[in-house]
Every structure is written in C-alpha cells, then in structure tokens.
Design a protein around this ligand. Structure first.
Ligand code: FAD
Length: 117
C-alpha cells in the first residue's frame, strides 16, 4: 500500500487536472445559467473535497479570491492563480499561467459547436 502522503498527492494531481480542464472548457461568453453552474461546481467541489484540511483551506481561499466567471480566459487564469495560492502555502513552485488554456487542452474542441451545459 502506498503511503498516505503519496495517496494525498495523487488525489491532488487528479483533482487539479479535472479542475483546470473544466475551467479551460468553460464558454468564452457564458450565459447566466453557465456562470451559475460553474460557481456551484467550484463551491461544491470545495465543500466535498475529501481531504478535510485542504477543503477548509480552499473554502477560505474562495472567500479571498472569488471565482471569476465572465469568460473562459478569466475563469482559467483565476483557477491557475488560486492553485498558485495553494502552491505557495505548500512551498511548491509557482506555475506560469500565461498558456493555461493550451496547457489544459482536453482534445474536446471538436464538441464546441454542440456544447450544451
Ligand atoms: P499539484 O499541485 O498536484 O499540480 C499537478 C500539476 O499541475 C503540476 O505538476 C503542474 O503541472 C500543474 N500545476 C501546478 N500548479 C498549477 C497551477 N497554478 N495552475 C495550473 N496547473 C498547475 N495538499 C496539502 O498538503 N495541503 C492542502 O491544504 C491542500 N489543499 C488542496 C486543495 C485543493 C482544492 C486541491 C485540489 C489539492 C490540495 N492539496 C493540498 C494537494 C496539493 O495541492 C497537491 O495536489 C499535492 O501536494 C501534489 O502536488 P504536486 O507537486 O504533485 O502538484
């Protein structure tokens, strides 16, 4: 069995991957409904994140840095910045957010036309 630290890291890697990928696929010009869906997702994600200390810390971060939901770029850069806040706390390297949309391309672009949130 892997050690607890390794397991927690794996959970973090997988969670951040999905988190940033969702933000990088958020619409460029979201409707009010789409904004509301992403806002709900982010706050619920924070509430249910399985590492309790992480969740508590992340909920505090959301108060200080509320989600930016006006466009894809806004949302993705916000997500990158908030992850950097966690990196800072853990003394992990700060990530360069300038290519965040390309970094989290999921190959789902062909579905763009038929997007229905
Ligand atoms: P991770 O931080 O998991 O990042 C994975 C990969 O994403 C990196 O290799 C890099 O390619 C990329 N990346 C790094 N920074 C960014 C960025 N800013 N934007 C986009 N991509 C980036 N662990 C704790 O010990 N204490 C906590 O309080 C804590 N809180 C957390 C809160 C949340 C919401 C989440 C999802 C995780 C939390 N974690 C916490 C886990 C922690 O953030 C890391 O996931 C874990 O320590 C593994 O780190 P890592 O170096 O492998 O890279």
């Amino acid at each position: 069995k892997m050690g607890n630290a390794t397991l927690r890291k794996e959970l973090g890697n997988a969670s951040w991957k999905l988190f940033h990928t969702i933000l990088a696929r958020y619409p460029d010009e979201p409707t009010d409904a789409q904004k509301s869906h992403l806002r709900t997702y982010i706050y619920t994600f924070a509430q249910v994140y399985p590492c309790g200390d992480c969740a508590r810390h992340f909920i505090k971060l959301l108060k200080k840095f509320p989600p930016q939901l006006n466009s894809r770029k806004n949302a993705a850069v916000w997500g990158c910045d908030v992850h950097n806040q966690v990196n800072e706390k853990l003394h992990h390297p700060i990530y360069d957010c300038s290519n965040i949309l390309e970094d989290y391309d999921c190959g789902c672009g062909v579905d763009e036309e038929s997007e229905d949130y």
